[in-house]
Write a protein that binds this ligand. Structure first.
Ligand code: NI
Ligand code: MN
Length: 233
């Protein structure tokens, strides 16, 4: 995989920190304090410029409010989700919807479809968080990364391939709440990625899918298994 100055760090589950070619820090689906796979030394986020939230579930936005208030990044998500975050004191939200692209700092962010639910747990209430989404991020060096969020496989992943052609795809493979390896292999047929970074597996016992299972099904795709805390550049 060619990253040309981008650094990707997996913080476990669906949480990634990405350093852009211009030195900005992007956090996708911030969930660190309660994340059993996030290394201790990574739980105290020291710097973040942009946060992308795929949907309202706690294992994706668990630390969005605290990090958003502490570091004042631009926080991108569905309008309903952004409205909730704003109500909790996050200042710089930038709501968007599927099919749209916005420039945030030195990256272009496109919100794309996902098939999943998106309730926000707020005390004893469950609040509507808008639809679940994924993101295609285009960096200033031309590299494009697709983070699928939580989703099943869906036929319109072919549209994501046709329009954006992301060479690196972060796909959930854990099964139970999202795709498992069988469905992720079909997603590879639609997305035609060079590299897949598996995510959303192994965090809890029910998330049984493993990178090796996917690798067997897609011999022509680089399945890049990361260790939590590992950085690739
Ligand atoms: Ni979810
Ligand atoms: Mn999830």
């Amino acid at each position: 995989m060619k990253l040309n100055g981008i650094k990707i760090t997996w913080l476990g589950h669906a949480t990634f920190r990405i350093e852009t070619p211009q030195g900005k820090t992007l956090l996708i689906d911030p969930w660190v304090t309660g994340n059993p796979k996030c290394p201790e030394q990574e739980k105290n986020i020291s710097k973040v410029d942009v946060i992308l939230c795929t949907h309202g579930h706690g294992d994706h936005i668990g630390d969005a409010v605290e990090i958003g208030k502490k570091h004042n990044p631009v926080v991108v998500g569905m309008p309903e989700l952004c409205g909730w975050l704003e109500g909790k004191g996050v200042k710089r939200v930038s709501g968007m919807n599927k099919g749209g692209t916005q420039t945030v700092g030195d990256i272009k962010v496109t919100m794309v479809h996902a098939e999943h639910s998106s309730g926000i747990e707020d005390g004893s209430q469950m609040i509507y968080g808008g639809q679940a989404a994924g993101y295609v991020v285009e960096f200033s060096n031309g590299v494009k990364i697709y983070h699928a969020g939580d989703t099943c496989v869906f036929g319109d992943m072919a549209i994501i391939c046709d329009i954006y052609a992301p060479e690196i795809c972060m796909l959930p493979i854990g099964d139970h709440y999202t795709m498992g390896p069988r469905e992720a292999a079909y997603a590879c047929k639609l997305l035609k990625p060079k590299t897949v970074i598996p995510m959303h597996y192994g965090t809890f016992p029910v998330l049984t899918g493993r990178p090796a299972d996917l690798r067997k099904l897609v011999p022509d795709v680089e399945v890049r298994e990361m260790k939590p805390g590992e950085t690739i550049s």
